[in-house]
Write a protein that binds this ligand. Structure first.
Ligand code: GGG
Length: 361
């Protein structure tokens, strides 16, 4: 059916990055463009060829003025980073982390939902529906520390975690507001029995912040018990707030529990909107399957829906998510969730499903 297009424009920076990022990102942009045609907006994509290949050529993951270039866009659509021949801390700290920090993307939003029909390693995954709110710019991901006496018997490494009152309160407030708009249940991941300074501090600041948010029930759960509960009864979680490291681990675990990490979307949000936010799937570059056309594109496409929602295109986001659910239920599916189809088959099926849904409406 014909609808007016191009009345709203979004300018998006694209960094496909490494490995399967180069396979899933172009397909996800096709799906978003198709949503734009049907929902009356246009996306101007600008590709930035940064990542490990760029590093091999230039010795850096992105150019010195990289953030200035990205700052000209409404959002960043990111694929994956990581290559077997470059240390992971070089690739991560050379690209993703400078963007997260430089653009004050203090919240990493990671929704996890079981879609009926998707095979799961759990006996009872039905009804799992949570949002993990990961602190994204401080905590355990810190540059404070050092290596001493390299190569000697006395060698040692010191790594400091940094928790500020402002940073902890900020992410707790975001999570509490989100919980108030959902089922009102907020669970905070902690380890205050073993980590004697930063985690009791985290607990105090989270509790003080959440107390100011009416209608939200806060529970604090030790990260080890959290991991077990995620496997035995994930349905109990509504909104989860966690530090940078705990949030990263819990969201991989939760995504695997509902079927595959290849399904999971995320947004690195600058809630004040002073800078572009960055949207990337939870999965990495998967060098073991890169170049074979078998990666699951759903995480990247769902990430596109999250980005559109953030940009005010809720109807288009809903349409993409509904199409994803139908394709996950009826197929085609990639191998990670029990299918035999390729990356393009699944992305095309999502696009076709969107077209049918719009015609039916
Ligand atoms: N698409 C996300 C990606 O490539 N992640 C690589 C990674 O190692 N991320 C760690 C993190 O998010 O902290």
């Amino acid at each position: 059916m014909s609808r007016a297009t191009g009345t709203r424009r979004h300018t998006i920076a694209v960094i496909a990055g490494d490995g399967i990022g180069n396979e899933v990102v172009p397909l996800a942009t096709e799906v978003i463009d198709a949503a734009g045609v049907r929902h009356g907006f246009t996306v101007d994509w600008t590709l930035y060829p940064w990542g490990s290949e760029y590093y091999r050529e230039h010795g850096v993951m992105m150019p010195r003025d990289g953030l200035d270039l990205l700052a000209q866009h409404d959002a960043v659509f990111f694929g994956a980073v990581g290559a077997p021949d470059i240390p992971d801390h070089v690739t991560l700290w050379g690209l993703l982390i400078p963007i997260r920090r430089g653009f004050h993307q203090c919240v990493n939003l990671r929704p996890v939902r079981h879609v009926p029909g998707v095979p799961s390693p759990l006996a009872n995954p039905e009804g799992t529906d949570m949002v993990i709110v990961r602190e994204n710019v401080e905590g355990e991901y810190s540059e404070v520390g050092g290596r001493f006496g390299r190569g000697t018997d006395a060698e040692l490494a010191v790594q400091e975690a940094i928790f500020t009152r402002q940073g902890t309160a900020r992410v707790a407030r975001y999570a509490a507001e989100l919980a108030a708009a959902r089922r009102g249940q907020l669970t905070s991941a902690t380890k205050s029995n073993g980590i004697i300074h930063s985690m009791p501090f985290w607990d105090e600041v989270v509790a003080q912040t959440v107390a100011a948010q009416p209608g939200v029930q806060l529970r604090s759960l030790l990260i080890d018990a959290f991991a077990a509960a995620m496997v035995t009864r994930p349905q109990q979680f509504d909104v989860v707030v966690a530090s940078n490291l705990f949030g990263d681990i819990l969201s991989d675990l939760a995504a695997a529990c509902v079927g595959s990490i290849g399904l999971a979307a995320s947004g690195n949000l600058n809630p004040e909107r002073d800078y572009p936010s960055m949207f990337e799937p939870v999965h990495g570059s998967a060098p073991d399957i890169a170049g074979r056309g078998i990666a699951n594109p759903v995480g990247q496409i769902a990430t596109g829906a999250l980005m559109l929602d953030f940009l005010g295109e809720a109807a288009a986001a809903g349409c993409i998510n509904a199409a994803i659910d139908t394709v996950l239920r009826d197929g085609p599916r990639t191998r990670d969730i029990g299918g035999t189809h390729g990356t393009r088959d699944v992305a095309d099926a999502i696009r076709e499903e969107m077209a049918h849904a719009d015609v039916d409406r």
